[in-house]
Design a protein around this ligand. Structure first.
Ligand code: 13P
Length: 256
């Protein structure tokens, strides 16, 4: 049985004070739950990482960054690197979110470098893949995610790949209120697991954690998370509301 994971991607939202309140609210509620087979990760904006790390210290809530440099150190003004995050004890990092692919022109090749840097310093990538609407309508969605995995992840050795969490985020479902149906999500997740099986074999494929992201809410999480190949969610908008995010965590527990 795989662990389920529920991660909140706060994107570029909340003031410092609001983020403090949200972190406390989520952490207090999550500590009262039985999280044996569910992992919870908060991914705040970078300036808030230290505060969120402090407030979640010695709790069951882990912390992730939203982006990482492809370089380890050096003259890259404004960038944040894997060794920096590691030295703060950040455990996860979202890599390849569609917003970074779109607005910051991040290519599969660049994302492979980011993945390498994260893994080199012991940070687990939450690697996002997913197709845009025209690709789905054109029937190319499977090929698109296949290339994303092949070009950014499949150069990894098995021991490193095992530390990667994959998030399938259909771009047309992000922030739109339009969710993939449980059947669409299951089809893609099963396909992703099949790709992993072909590359790394059955045991790695069985253990791989594949999250769904894209307008996932407390209202649809149960139907999504109860699909056999959906191992939790990467939650955007709904992770900004403490009660709803905790409810999604509760739903994940019910699905285990
Ligand atoms: P929404 O849940 O707001 O659609 O965002 C999903 C997402 O992009 C998570 O990374």
């Amino acid at each position: 049985m795989r662990t389920l994971l529920v991660a909140g991607n706060w994107k570029m939202n909340k003031t410092f004070q609001e983020a403090e309140v949200l972190t406390e609210q989520i952490t207090e509620a999550v500590e009262k739950l039985h999280l044996d087979s569910v992992e919870v990760v908060l991914c705040p904006p970078a300036p808030y990482l230290e505060m969120v790390l402090d407030l979640t210290d010695e709790t069951h809530v882990a912390v992730g960054a939203q982006n990482i440099s492809d370089h380890d150190f050096g003259a890259y003004t404004g960038e944040i690197s894997a060794p920096m995050l590691r030295s703060m004890e950040v455990e996860y990092c979202i890599i390849g979110h569609s917003e970074r692919r779109k607005y910051f022109h991040e290519s599969n090749e660049l994302l492979a470098q980011k993945v390498n840097s994260a893994l080199k310093f012991g940070i687990a990538p939450i690697f996002c893949c997913g197709e845009v609407l025209s690709e789905r309508e054109g029937g190319n969605h499977l090929d698109v995610v296949k290339s994303q995995l092949e070009e950014s992840l499949f150069h990894l050795e098995e021991k490193d790949f095992r530390n990667v969490v994959i998030a399938y985020e259909p771009v047309w479902a992000i922030g739109t209120g339009k969710t993939a149906t449980p059947e669409q999500a299951q089809e893609m997740h099963a396909y992703l697991r099949q790709l992993i099986l072909s590359k790394y074999g059955e045991r790695v494929a069985e253990d791989a954690i594949i999250l769904y992201g894209g307008s996932c809410t407390a209202g649809n999480a149960f139907n999504l998370f109860s699909q056999p190949d959906v191992d939790g969610g990467l939650i955007g908008g709904a992770s900004l509301k403490g009660e709803e995010f905790v409810e999604i965590v509760r739903i994940a527990i019910d699905c285990t």
